[in-house]
Write a protein that binds this ligand. Structure first.
Ligand code: G1P
Ligand code: ZN
Length: 541
């Protein structure tokens, strides 16, 4: 064991989901080691600790896994469970932590950010419930990282983690496990695989785009092998360190091949994609896009058709910028709906306390109490189970939902890599106007409230401030401004816009058209173009 003197890096503060930086930043001498030491210090693990370690296979994953194992051993961890070749999807890692009663896990991923030598890398710590470390833990990690003077590492050759088996590293036992088996078994307990198999055998056609990211092997095993979908159903199934040069973010912009196929002449009945680390999902029907906010509401409204949720839901949670569609389902079901800040870490307490069963974010994230992360393939299987039970098209399921609950038109506009100072100034400019907004008319609608969202966690009483600027209208419409906490270059401004339309005769508009007055009002209010030099978003969802 070696104790290596070091000095802190000043930028090691975890964001929405761990620490994400360009690969080159992580390749600086001591950079990764410092942050791992900060995690291990903050985690304060017991002497017989078990740690799960894995990542999405992106560039630098292989090297980083070995460093983490050597440091875990040197810091007294007794048992490490590692995915074969260092691979674990984020939901599979969360499940493994829970299944094996580990004390925590270190997950290597920058989620949907591009990979490769010039792409992004990331690392985050999950706690014993399988979920991302809550803010009180990430704050300690940041503090430790800022004051570190040394780290501990075991001097050892790289372990052969390409095969399932057990190794010894100093005082630590390293168990290399198949990354898919336990996760696939969990899915079989939640969904009616028999009914989905029948659906897939009935001429129903689907496509799953793994975007050369981590879900390829999971989707092949579950969809093609266990559920009998024809070989080739899963495309871009081979995980690649640079995701084949793509941007592994399942949205209308970056999953364009899938979108083209689903909007093409011979479109399959169902299309889905997942992101770099397997926690996001995009769901499409033939020539039909399901907005993630609607998806959460529809899963909730149909949950009792799915074996794992047949007993009903305890409650639903959604992040603040996610549309209010789920709130309407919760009201109809007579269950609670919680509004939390952006990021999965805020759902953990509610799930642990049994207050909610389903959670979702507008950013293509949906999940439940089966793990403590959002889960891309789980959402795909949930949809397949609903379609198998209802034998209706995706479009019909969504339209019937709107008829019953009304439609929440929704869009998110992302402006990526904006000058960071200009972005912060823009947020301040909106904030300064907020106090005067209630009672005034914007976009032909009356502003009811305007604030900077704060969240009081009902379980542990902690408060999180500055979680996004909200302008809420009398009609139920909302405009939200927020700065991303996951970007690695400049600042990303997110503008979220929503309106509510109860009348089925008006459910056929394009969301951009329906929301245009609110989008224009938001642009004018924030003086957007003049302040950022941007006239159009990088990504529209
Ligand atoms: C983004 C999403 C957020 C999600 C996070 C991690 O964070 O908006 O909903 O939880 O990625 O996948 P942001 O960049 O907005 O801070
Ligand atoms: Zn992700």
């Amino acid at each position: 064991m070696r104790v290596v003197p070091t000095t802190p890096f000043l930028d090691q503060r975890p964001g929405t989901s761990g620490l994400r930086k360009r690969v080159g930043v992580f390749q600086q001498p001591h950079y990764l080691e410092n942050f791992v030491q900060a995690i291990l210090d903050a985690a304060a693990l017991p002497s017989d600790a078990t740690l799960v370690v894995g990542g999405d296979g992106r560039y630098h994953n292989r090297e980083a896994i070995q460093v983490i194992l050597q440091m875990a051993a040197a810091n007294g961890v007794r048992h490490a469970i590692v995915g074969q070749n260092g691979i674990l999807s984020t939901p599979a890692a969360s499940h493994l932590i829970r299944l094996r009663k580990a004390n925590g896990g270190i997950i290597l991923s920058a989620s949907h950010n591009p990979g490769g030598p010039d792409g992004d890398f990331g690392i985050k710590y999950n706690v014993a419930n399988g979920g991302p470390a809550p803010e009180n833990v990430t704050a300690v990690i940041a503090e430790r990282a800022a004051s570190l003077t040394e780290y501990r590492i075991e001097d050892s050759a790289d372990l052969p983690i390409g095969d399932v088996g057990t190794h010894q590293l100093g005082g630590m036992r390293v168990e290399v496990v198949d990354p898919v088996t336990d996760y696939a078994a969990l899915m079989e307990t939640l969904f009616d695989f028999g009914a989905i198999r029948q659906l897939l055998a009935s001429g129903f056609r689907m496509r799953f785009d793994a975007m050369h990211a981590v879900t390829g092997p999971y989707a092949r095993e579950i969809l093609e092998r266990r559920l009998g979908a024809p070989a080739g159903t899963v495309v871009r199934a081979e995980p690649l360190p640079d995701f084949g040069g793509g941007h592994p973010d399942p949205n209308l912009t970056y999953a364009h091949d899938l979108v083209e196929e689903m909007f093409g002449a011979n479109a399959p009945d169902f299309g889905a994609a997942s992101d770099g680390d397997g926690d996001r999902n995009m769901v499409l029907g033939a020539r039909f896009f399901v907005s993630p906010s609607d998806s959460l509401a529809i899963l909730a409204a149909n949950a009792t058709r799915v074996p794992g949720y047949a007993a009903g839901l305890a409650g639903i949670a959604r992040s603040m910028p996610t549309s209010g569609a789920a709130d309407r389902v919760a009201a109809a079901l007579g269950i609670a709906c919680f509004e939390t800040p952006t990021g999965w870490k805020f759902f953990g307490n509610l799930l642990d306390a049994g207050r909610v069963t389903l959670c979702g974010e507008e950013s293509f994230g949906t999940g439940s109490n089966h793990v403590r992360e959002k889960d891309g393939l789980w959402a795909v299987l949930f949809w397949l189970n609903i379609l198998a039970a209802r034998r209706e098209s995706v479009e019909l399921v969504v339209r019937e939902h709107w008829q019953r609950f009304g439609r929440n038109y929704y869009t998110r506009h992302d402006y990526e890599e904006v000058d960071a100072i200009a972005a912060r100034a823009l947020i301040e400019h909106v904030r300064e106007q907020q106090a005067a907004l209630p009672g005034t008319t914007l976009a032909g609608d009356i502003v009811q409230t305007a604030d900077d969202f704060s969240y009081l966690d009902p379980i542990d009483g902690s408060v999180s401030h500055h979680q996004g600027l909200r302008i809420v209208f009398a009609s139920g419409a909302r405009i939200i401004f927020r700065l991303s906490g996951t970007g690695t270059a400049g600042a990303t401004i997110r503008l979220y816009v929503e309106s509510y339309e109860p009348d089925p005769a008006r459910h056929d508009l394009d969301a951009q058209v329906a929301l245009a007055p609110y989008i224009e009002a938001a642009m004018a209010l924030s003086d957007f173009v003049a302040r950022t030099g941007r006239t159009s978003p990088t990504v529209i969802t």
